[in-house]
Design a protein around this ligand. Structure first.
Ligand code: IMP
Length: 198
């Protein structure tokens, strides 16, 4: 596979994580390419990743610079909420909420749920398209639970609330390298790179 890959995302937290993870596989993350925004309204993660990947591919073709690219979609699934917010994680509580408010909204939804029933998982789906239009997929999950209060300042999104299984620290209390060891994104990327190199 090519040694450089473009990512259909402008989320700086994700881009930074993917850049570090790709480097471990000897692959460089290409610069951020703006592409027309797509509504992520598919029913599942892979569907949303496909929408983003197709939009970036179209933009690269329009520029006359076809290249290997990938897109991700991820979410937090909480057992006590029947898997919510899931594929709607980025919009949970309303599109216009800032992250501290969104996390507060989630804690409020779980206010009656005791620690042992706050189990959850992060899930990540990746879809890559190479220059020739071939598609590859990779999936990864990380089990854990939702903390009673938020802790830590690293990472992004729901990181201050997520305690990976067997850990006493949230993702936001870990270094990027520590998070990468058990993150859903790292696992999905490993699977994707394996599929592309097969
Ligand atoms: P999307 O994949 O960009 O559609 O968004 C998924 C949502 O889940 C985003 O709002 C993320 O902030 C959140 N999310 C996904 N992965 C992580 C993570 O590793 N840490 C914290 N939040 C995450």
């Amino acid at each position: 596979m090519s040694e450089r890959i473009f990512l259909a995302s402008t989320n700086e937290g994700k881009r930074a994580e993917f850049a570090a993870l790709l480097a471990e596989h000897g692959i460089e993350l290409g610069p951020s390419i703006p592409y027309p925004e797509v509504e992520e309204d598919a029913d599942d993660y892979l569907g949303n990743a496909a929408l983003k990947a197709a939009a970036l591919r179209e933009e690269l073709l329009r520029r006359g610079t076809p290249a290997t690219l990938f897109a991700d979609d991820s979410g937090l699934e909480i057992d006590a909420l029947a898997g919510a917010p899931g594929v709607r994680s980025a919009r949970y509580g309303g599109l216009d909420l800032a992250w501290p408010q969104r996390r507060a909204h989630l804690l409020a939804a779980l206010s009656d749920v005791p620690g042992r029933r706050r189990t959850a998982r992060f899930f990540c789906a990746l879809l890559a398209i190479d220059e020739g239009g071939r598609r590859f997929e990779g999936f990864g999950a990380t089990r854990g639970s939702i903390a009673l209060v938020e802790r830590g300042t690293a990472g992004f999104g729901y990181d201050p609330l997520f305690l990976p299984e067997g850990e006493t620290r949230t993702f936001a209390e870990m270094s990027a390298a520590e998070k990468a060891r058990s993150s859903h994104r790292a696992r999905a990327l490993r699977a994707l790179v394996e599929a592309m190199r097969r």
